[in-house]
Design a protein around this ligand. Sequence first.
Ligand SMILES: Cc1cc2nc3c(=O)[nH]c(=O)nc-3n(C[C@H](O)[C@H](O)[C@H](O)COP(=O)(O)OP(=O)(O)OC[C@H]3O[C@@H](n4cnc5c(N)ncnc54)[C@H](O)[C@@H]3O)c2cc1C
Length: 443
Amino acid sequence: MIIGAGLGGACLAHGLKKAGVSVAVYERESARHDGFFGFRAVIGPSGDRALRDALPPDLYETFAATCAESPRHLTVYSKGLDELFISSLPAARRETGDADVGLKYASFMTLRQLLLTGIEDSVRFGKEFTRYERRPDGRITAFFTDGTSAVADVLVGADGAQSRVRQQYLPEADAHDCGFVVAYGHVDLIEAARLLPWEMLGGISVVGNRQGLSMITQPMEFQWDREGELKGHVGGVHAALIKTWPGLRYDNTRDHLMWGLISSSRLFRADPEAILGAKLVDVVADMTRGWNSALHTLVGLTDPATAAATRAVVSRAIDSFQETGVTLLGDAGHARMPDPGAGADETLRAAGLLCGQIVRAVADRRPIVAAIHDYDAQVLGSGSEAGRAYWKCLNRKARMDRSVIGPMLAAGSRTRLRVANQVPSLKKRVAGEYRWVQGGSAA
Ligand SMILES: Cc1cc2nc3c(=O)[nH]c(=O)nc-3n(C[C@H](O)[C@H](O)[C@H](O)COP(=O)(O)OP(=O)(O)OC[C@H]3O[C@@H](n4cnc5c(N)ncnc54)[C@H](O)[C@@H]3O)c2cc1C
């Protein structure tokens, strides 16, 4: 049984179902269209491979057809919207072994709907997990807030960054507050286009500010229009796939410009978990008041239903694992700050690995607990390494945030960006330093 029908849980359920392994997923949200909007899910080659392996072929092709247009360039701006640096991005290609060019950009809600298609009979909504017990026969009983329980050979906690399964299974690996807040929202793309320079509408933009605040924006343009109908130019296989895919009925994603504001907790003017919607939009609009008026106005146009904020968390390293029928997947296993946008890709990759371990153990009649132990060492261990890389990134940001040295570093960085923009050899290096903004585990 899997706790949580997010990206990881649903992808694993698909893979197990495809291999003929019995699986049940327990999700706390009460319906398939409830839940997290997020930035955008960036899928690199390894996440893409996991999806291709887990999904029925038609559904995988539908995934490719429902991804957004790839960004064409990366631009860095000052808060006054002066262009400091621009570099073109490699075009995404369908089939590629090259991590640099294999990124696909999906809406979280579209991907969620996609992954919930075809496993409807395995997912129970409105089931909020509270705790588990190991039975004398080695099987696991899970308990839910509605008073019900379920028994299985294996329990996979895929219940996100605040995982209750992790709290019980590995309490010492609980998530750690990094002192940063990420707020995000969506603005209708047509409204955004009235305000912003064309470069911002065709690529990923980073807007830096002297006080350690930065904003990332990216247009997300899909093949369907505001009414959910196919756009005129879409034809052939994509048209047929999107038309026949029932998931679009539950998906209200439309063309938008997504923004994410990264701020130290000290600078964020509210408790991120306590505010949502219009109130949150007001807080971010207030924080960007001194910025170029187009950016400030853009924030004010955010659809309140898409605005949310979260504290950045990183899991503590996990060094040893017991052989039990319990394991963790995705953010439950290695929570990380949303900033570089690698979480979706790594979660899907891990789902593929766990699925492979379970399916092989069943086929070889090997104990599943041993297979899970191998997965734990391979994936939760590498997650810990990713966590360490994270700290490096956070330390760099923390330097930028210091009141005296921050503005000096920021001023130096602006000069460097301007120079690099003119010098091809330097430009390549600086573009590499900003690769994390593209997201995906290639970052
Ligand atoms: C603000 C933000 C922005 C992000 N932006 C990006 C990005 O741009 N690119 C990117 O690649 N990644 C991004 N990420 C990370 C990405 O969202 C995660 O890494 C990815 O969704 C992890 O998938 P998951 O299945 O582990 O968890 P989730 O997708 O979070 O799914 C967990 C599921 O478990 C359910 N659940 C939780 N508790 C319980 C319970 N007690 N009982 C039953 N069900 C439960 C939840 O409702 C949810 O459906 C972002 C994360 C955040 C928070």
